[in-house]
Design a protein around this ligand. Sequence first.
Ligand SMILES: Nc1ncnc2c1ncn2[C@@H]1O[C@H](COP(=O)(O)OP(=O)(O)OP(=O)(O)O)[C@@H](O)[C@H]1O
Length: 275
Amino acid sequence: MMLEAQELSIGYGQVAIGTGLTLKVAQGEILCLLGPNGCGKTTLFRTLLGLLPALSGDVLLGGTPIASQRRAEIARRIAYVPQAHAPPFPFEASEVVLMGRTARLGAFAQPGRADRVAALAAMARLGIGDLACRDYSRLSGGQRQLVLIARALAQDTPLIVMDEPTASLDFGNQAQVLAQIGALVRDESPQGRGVILSTHDPDQAFALGARVLLMHRGGVMADGPAAAVLTAANLSTVYGIPVTVETTGSGRKVCLPTLDRQVTPSETPRAIPVA
Ligand SMILES: Nc1ncnc2c1ncn2[C@@H]1O[C@H](COP(=O)(O)OP(=O)(O)OP(=O)(O)O)[C@@H](O)[C@H]1O
């Protein structure tokens, strides 16, 4: 299963947020999307999932344009972990996870016992079995994020798209979730799963051994292995601050902003009017 986009333009109405976006991710791969606030990562995800129409270009899921696929069909191929928000209605956390099973069943189908078992197993795997009966709307931001990741696991798809999956997690849970993402990609079905995630922490791309797509000024600045894309020069250009990339004693690369030589904050990209 492969998700790919060719020369995609993304945006809202007549206003393009990004253009010329070409990317692909296959099972067994992690693609890490990095770019400043407001550069269009969430917009790109919503377009890749068929939730927002592309302004131009195609999104192919399993070789077929996503616009021609039914929602239940898409939900069997790709799960989405959005940024966690408080929902307007109270649900038990396990019911939220169960929605991952319902999504793949299609309209009117009811989840059965096997679906409930799968939902609880996904929660147990992420170490949040004890949250099953808690009111989701009263969980902390980080607990909600873990519930949404469990929902994606329960959906059991070959591809998962995660929008800043570690954003509201504490230090320990960030490491736990990164380890889970690594495991998901490696040890599931023979081909593994594919994951696309966005993050504001370039070190995570190194930790995951991910391929990186670096967004800048409405386009793709670079796409390739983390070590090739996350150079001091590229990071300094994209984020507008001096950055060095160093190697730790254990051999992992880390990115360090130089705090005493701050230049201008990275500017919020302006929308590109469609001609
Ligand atoms: N529904 C909408 N209608 C019009 N413009 C929108 C809408 N949603 C987002 N935008 C604009 O699109 C641009 C890209 O937003 P998006 O949320 O995709 O960025 P992002 O890279 O995910 O940001 P962050 O890193 O801060 O989460 C922003 O300028 C934002 O204001």
